[in-house]
Design a protein around this ligand. Structure first.
Ligand code: OAD
Ligand code: ZN
Length: 240
């Protein structure tokens, strides 16, 4: 691995599937159909859905936050935390972990540098712009601790909204020698386009996934299997 210095890792719902958090599409999750109470994710996770039926959208995220709080990191998160700690120890090496997941399992496993491009489990007050950790339900329209308005929404990126941290992500992609995609279906842009961006910018590309993703053909190499097995094995290779 002497030729690899900078690594960018993108994770999706598949990395948390074995922790018991449902994926949105494809195998692995418990409902495994991209449906939540017969609603397509794309119909719940939009500003339009929130305007039309806020109770439905708040309930969806209340349930996801509660589920996340009760789950624990799995060996894939743990291996990535090991890489996060060990890889940059040698001079000139860099690592960035970008996740599409709102769960905090990478942080709880010990990863120090994680960008949540699709947001977190935090609350965001649309009246005063305050953001902060939030465990209680939002269905009951709690008051914002900062300004008192009942204007909290999940601090997540909905379809049609701009993902977070894009400048830092593209800066890292432009420096990357290796781009690794883990447990994501490649259905949602711009994340689904990172493999092509990384390739064009000169990186090797590796996919670790249970099943081939929509963008599978773009990767130099694809390894199929559960993240809890593939990720620790790959991290061992990198740190050997
Ligand atoms: P998806 O649910 O679309 O895809 C999950 C991927 O994980 C699939 O490719 C599965 O094959 C794979 N998978 C399932 N179990 C696995 C396991 N044990 N080990 C390895 N891989 C496994 O999830 P994402 O690609 O993350 O965005 O979805 C992208 C975005 O769509 C989400 O961030 C969310 C969603 O709508 C927003 O809400 C904006
Ligand atoms: Zn407020």
């Amino acid at each position: 691995m002497a030729d690899i210095r900078n690594i960018v890792i993108l994770t999706g719902a598949g990395v948390s599937a074995e922790s018991g958090i449902d994926t949105f599409r494809g195998g692995g999750g418990q409902n495994g159909m991209g449906l939540w109470e017969k609603h397509r994710v794309e119909d719940v996770a939009t500003p339009e859905a929130f305007a039309r039926d806020p109770d439905l959208v708040l309930r969806f995220y209340d349930m996801r936050r509660a589920a996340i709080a009760s789950k624990r990191p799995n060996p894939a998160h743990e291996a990535l935390a090991r890489l996060d700690a060990e890889w940059p120890k040698k001079q000139g090496r860099g690592l960035l972990l970008v996740t599409q997941n709102i769960d905090d399992l990478h942080e709880r496993a010990g990863s120090a540098r994680v960008l949540h491009m699709h947001g977190t489990t935090d609350a965001w007050c649309t009246a005063c712009d305050a953001r902060g950790a939030w465990l209680a339900p939002m269905m009951e329209r709690p008051a914002c601790p900062e300004c008192g308005a009942s204007a909290l929404r999940p601090d997540v990126v909905w379809f049609g909204e701009m993902p977070y941290e894009m400048e830092r992500i593209y800066a890292a992609l432009s420096e990357a020698d290796l781009f690794v995609s883990i447990g994501t279906s490649g259905a949602v842009y711009p994340a689904a386009g990172f493999v092509r961006d990384a390739r064009e910018l000169g990186a090797r590309t590796l996919e670790l996934n249970l099943a081939r993703s929509e963008g599978s053909a773009w990767f130099d190499e694809t390894r199929l299997g559960p993240a809890s097995e593939l990720v620790p094995a790959w991290v061992d290779e990198m740190l050997r």
